[in-house]
Design a protein around this ligand. Structure first.
Ligand code: PCA
Length: 319
């Protein structure tokens, strides 16, 4: 053996016996705090397992479109992935409770709602061989428009960007025309005139440079929806006990860190929008009561579709 083969051979033996490379898709771009949070999660897993498990993030829907990520994890095309939890509300109303207007509007209430929701959706996901690892909220959702909005009637006839069924329903009830647009496509949807208003967080507003296409941000703080990271249970079970524990520990750290990042984003990104010349306002009483009326109608629809388990989320939350 010459020197080089010895080096090469020892490099092979130094490698972990069952090093795994996992691909992890997310719909959101690299500048999104959620993506930064899951990147740190991936680094933590790699460090804790000495490189036995390496997770590669594929951002902005580059590996799978948003709507396919859950099923890609289910069918083991990828071991894990991140998506917007309430996009699964067509499967069960339990998934959509965090996107109902004025149910939980602060981080404190959102955390309470998540503890009530988690056991119910954990069971639903288990039926599909999926296991939640962690869930992190976006900042409370606000209203972006070209003109100042002081009453819900002014939304009438606007083309309204939507990201899930609840927002579609909201837009329709406000007399607006909903158009589904993924977060990375927001700037183009506005610049091509596909949409002229939206409801989203200050994070997504600032990341899409909302000031390029609207001048008003109204902090209606109507709901605090979450992303979720799920893993395929069979793939997870295939990991060594130590690696499983490393994933669970990193997931728990990511959930704590993510909620903190979200709260920081809410203030910081609202300031970025103000610095870029947007008018930041809070809802007038008329706007508030108009929005609450829409919320009440939506909750009735939600209740009519909800299973007993889904309804128990609201009951537990209200206790
Ligand atoms: N940003 C994402 C989901 C909610 C949010 O604040 C979006 O607008 O698609």
């Amino acid at each position: 053996m010459n020197k080089f083969t010895i080096v090469a051979a020892s490099a092979v033996f130094a490698m972990p016996a069952f090093a795994e490379d996992w691909d992890m898709p997310t719909p959101y771009g690299d500048s999104t705090f959620h993506t930064q949070n899951i990147s740190q999660f991936a680094k933590d897993v790699s460090a804790a397992t000495n490189g036995d498990l390496n997770i590669t993030i594929h951002s902005a829907g580059s590996l799978f479109p948003h709507g396919e990520i859950k099923n890609a994890v289910r069918s083991r095309q990828v071991p894990l992935g991140e998506f917007f939890l309430s996009t699964l509300s067509n499967e069960d109303a339990a998934y959509g409770v965090d996107s109902q207007p004025f149910v939980a509007t602060s981080y404190e209430d959102a955390a309470k709602l998540w503890s009530a929701q988690k056991p119910v959706i954990t069971e639903l996901l288990a039926e599909q061989g999926l296991m939640p690892l962690f869930s992190v909220p976006w900042p409370a959702q606000g209203l972006y428009t070209k003109n100042e909005i002081t009453a819900v009637e002014q939304l009438n006839g606007l083309r309204f960007r939507a990201y899930n069924a609840a927002l579609e329903e909201f837009a329709a009830l406000a007399g607006a025309a909903p158009v589904q647009v993924e977060a990375p496509d927001i700037p183009q949807a506005f610049s091509t005139g596909q949409v002229d208003a939206m409801i989203t967080s200050p994070s997504t507003g600032a990341n899409s440079k909302a000031w390029d296409f609207v001048s008003n941000y109204n902090a209606i703080d109507a709901w605090v929806p979450k992303n979720i990271v799920v893993v395929n249970k069979r793939m997870f079970d295939g990991l060594s006990a130590e690696t499983q524990q490393a994933v669970l520990d990193a997931a728990q750290a990511a959930e704590t860190r993510g909620w903190e990042m979200s709260a920081e984003e809410a203030t910081a990104k609202t300031a970025v929008m103000a610095d870029n010349g947007m008018t930041i306002s809070t809802p007038t009483d008329a706007l508030k009561s108009g929005l609450q009326a829409i919320g009440a109608t939506m909750l009735e629809t939600w209740n009519a579709k909800a299973s007993d388990a889904a309804k128990s989320i609201i009951a537990t939350y209200n206790q």
